[in-house]
Design a protein around this ligand. Structure first.
Ligand SMILES: *Cc1c(COP(=O)(O)O)cnc(C)c1O
Length: 507
C-alpha cells in the first residue's frame, strides 16, 4: 500500500469509528527458530522411559519436520493479533441483512457452561439426563408458543438443514396420502436455500413473481397452484423486509388445492411476540436459533434450525422424540412414520441451552420489546438514508430495509463499492446484491441490540459515502484503503482457494 492511498481518507476528513491494527502478521512457521519453546517442565524425578522400548521403534516419531518452534509470548501475540483480523459483533454494528447479527448476551454463555449441561454425555442413561432433557422440553414448548405450531424438532443443525427436514416432512405426509406431487412454488424474493432445498428433496421449482409492493402475486398463485404442487416456500417478512399481508389468502388457495405452506422463519426477529405463523396458515417452518435467539454465528460454528409443524406433520418428525412418562422424560424411538434421524443425537445441544437462556431471560414481554426495537431501528435507518439512496419498495419496513444503488450507478459506483468503503469507516458491510429482485441491493438489518449512537454513526458513514460518490467516485471505487488487503480476486478465491501453506523447498 502506498502512502498516497493511505492519505486519501485523511484528506476527506473521514470520521473513523474504530482503528484497525496493522495487519502484517507472519505465519508461525515463518517466525520459527530452532530450539524455541513455549513451555517449561520441571526436572524429571522418575526414571526416564525409553520410548522405543515402550512403544516399539516403528511407532516412535523422532522429529516433526517443519514444526514451528516459537516462544510463549510469540504464540500469544500471534493468535491474539489473528483474532483481531475479523470484524465481530463485539466490535460494532454488523448490519448484514437477513443474517440477524445481534449481540449475544454473555449470560447465555454462563448458562451453557453449567457443569451438568456442558459435561452431559449423549449416551448417558435417561435417568441421569433429566435436567438436559428438561432443557429440550422447555425449549420445544417455548418455540411452540412463539410460533403457534403444534410440535417442534430441535435436531436440524442450521436453517438450510431445517428447510430440508421440513420439505422431507411435507414429502412424507403427501406420500402417505398416495402422491408426493412434483413441484414447489418459490417467490422470486426467496433466499437461495429455498429453491436448493426443494431441488434436493426431488421437487422442481417454479418461481412466483412479486407485485410492485414486493408481495406475492395472488392471481399468479391462483394459476400456478395446481394439483402437482406439494408446497409453497415463503419467507415472511420477505427478503425485501415487507410483511406478506396476503399470507392468509395465499395459504387458503394452497390448502384448497391440497398443498402445504412452508415458512422460512429466518426473519422471525420481526414477528416474535407479535404474530404467530401457526395463526396465519403456515403448516411447517424452521427457526434459526443463531439468528433470532442470539446464539453466536458466523465463521461456520454450530447453529440450530429447529422445525415447527402442525399436528398432521407430527408423526413424521425425526426420531427420537421426547415424551413424558409420568414424572420422567424419555426418548421415544418407536415412531413408525418418522423420516428418521437428521442429525447425530439430539441436535447442537449447547446452542439449544443458549437459546433457552435468551428466551427465559427476556420473557414474553421482553421478546416482544426486542421485536419492536428491531423494527424501529430498521425504520430509523430507512428514514435517514432515504434522501441519499434509492428505496425501491416504499412501504414501512419490518426488521430490515433494502436500498438500491440506482442513485450511485451513474457515477459508476455499485453496491459492492459502497460496502467496501464502509469498511474504511469501521463497519462490517451490509448484505450486497441480495435479494436478487432488487438490482444492486444494499440490504441493512441493524437488529434491536444497537444503541441509537451506533445507528447514528452508521447513518453518518453512509451519508458521507453518498457525498464521496458525488465528489470523488474513484475514492469509493478503489476502497477499502485502510485494510491490509484491499480488493481480492473474489472469483479465483472462491474457485481455486489456496488453503495450505507450503514451506519453501517442500513439494
Ligand atoms: C440465513 C437464512 C437461511 C439459511 O439459514 P442457515 O442457518 O444459514 O442455514 C435461509 N433463509 C433465509 C431467509 C435466511 O436469512
Amino acid at each position: 500500500m502506498t502512502t498516497e492511498t493511505l492519505a486519501i481518507p485523511m484528506k476527506t476528513g473521514l470520521k473513523k469509528v474504530r482503528p484497525h491494527l496493522t495487519q502484517n502478521e507472519s505465519l508461525l512457521f515463518e517466525i520459527s527458530s530452532p530450539g524455541k519453546k513455549a513451555y517449561q517442565l520441571p526436572e524429571l524425578d522418575v526414571p526416564a522411559v525409553d520410548a522405543a522400548e515402550a512403544l516399539g521403534e516403528a511407532n516412535v516419531r523422532h522429529e516433526i519436520q517443519h514444526f514451528p518452534e516459537v516462544s510463549e509470548v510469540e504464540t500469544i501475540r500471534h493468535f491474539t493479533r489473528l483474532s483481531t483480523y475479523n470484524f465481530a459483533i463485539d466490535l460494532g454494528l454488523y448490519p448484514l441483512g437477513s443474517c440477524t447479527m445481534k449481540y449475544n448476551p454473555r449470560i447465555n454463555e454462563t448458562v451453557a457452561r453449567t457443569e451438568g449441561l456442558a459435561w452431559a454425555h449423549p449416551y448417558q442413561p435417561d435417568a441421569l439426563s433429566q435436567g438436559a432433557m428438561q432443557v429440550v422440553a422447555a425449549l420445544e414448548a417455548a418455540l411452540m408458543e412463539i410460533t403457534g405450531m403444534d410440535a417442534v424438532t430441535l435436531q436440524p443443525a442450521a436453517g438450510a438443514h431445517g428447510e430440508w427436514t421440513g420439505i422431507m416432512l411435507v414429502r412424507a405426509l403427501l406420500e402417505s396420502r398416495g402422491n408426493a406431487r412434483k413441484k414447489i412454488l418459490v417467490p422470486d424474493s426467496a433466499h437461495g436455500t429455498n429453491p436448493a432445498t426443494a431441488a434436493m428433496c426431488g421437487y422442481t421449482v417454479e418461481n412466483i413473481a412479486s407485485t410492485e409492493r414486493g408481495l406475492i402475486d395472488l392471481s399468479a398463485l391462483e394459476r400456478m397452484a395446481t394439483e402437482d404442487v406439494a408446497a409453497m416456500m415463503i419467507t415472511n417478512p420477505n427478503t425485501v423486509g415487507v410483511f406478506e399481508e396476503n399470507i392468509v389468502k395465499a395459504a387458503g388457495i394452497l390448502h384448497s388445492r391440497g398443498a402445504l405452506v412452508y415458512m422460512d422463519g429466518a426473519n422471525m426477529n420481526a414477528l416474535v411476540g407479535i404474530a404467530r405463523p401457526g395463526d396465519f396458515g403456515v403448516d411447517v417452518m424452521h427457526l434459526n436459533l443463531h439468528k433470532t435467539f442470539s446464539t453466536p454465528h458466523g465463521g461456520g460454528g454450530p447453529g440450530a434450525g429447529p422445525v415447527a409443524v402442525k399436528k398432521e406433520l407430527e408423526p413424521f418428525l425425526p426420531a427420537p422424540r421426547l415424551v413424558r412418562n409420568g414424572d420422567e422424560l424419555v426418548w421415544n424411538y418407536d415412531l413408525p412414520l418418522t423420516i428418521g434421524k437428521v442429525r447425530a443425537f439430539y441436535g447442537n445441544f449447547g446452542v439449544l441451552v443458549r437459546a433457552l437462556a435468551y428466551i427465559l431471560a427476556h420473557g414474553g414481554a421482553g421478546l416482544r420489546n426486542a421485536t419492536m426495537d428491531a423494527i424501529l431501528n430498521a425504520n430509523y435507518i430507512r428514514k435517514h438514508l432515504e434522501p441519499y439512496y434509492e428505496l425501491p419498495y416504499k412501504s414501512p419496513c419490518m426488521h430490515e430495509c433494502v436500498f438500491s444503488d440506482d442513485k450511485q450507478a451513474p457515477q459508476g459506483v455499485r453496491t459492492g463499492d459502497i460496502a467496501k468503503r464502509l469498511i474504511d469507516y469501521g463497519f462490517h458491510p451490509y448484505t450486497v446484491s441480495f435479494p436478487l429482485i432488487v438490482h444492486g441491493a444494499l440490504m441493512i438489518e441493524p437488529t434491536e441490540t444497537e444503541p441509537k449512537r451506533e445507528l447514528d454513526l452508521f447513518i453518518d458513514a453512509l451519508i458521507s459515502i453518498a457525498k464521496e460518490v458525488d465528489e470523488n467516485p474513484e475514492l469509493v471505487k478503489s476502497a477499502p484503503h485502510m485494510t491490509r488487503t484491499s480488493r481480492v480476486d473474489e472469483v479465483t478465491a472462491a474457485r481455486k482457494p489456496v488453503v495450505r501453506w507450503t514451506p519453501s523447498g517442500v513439494k
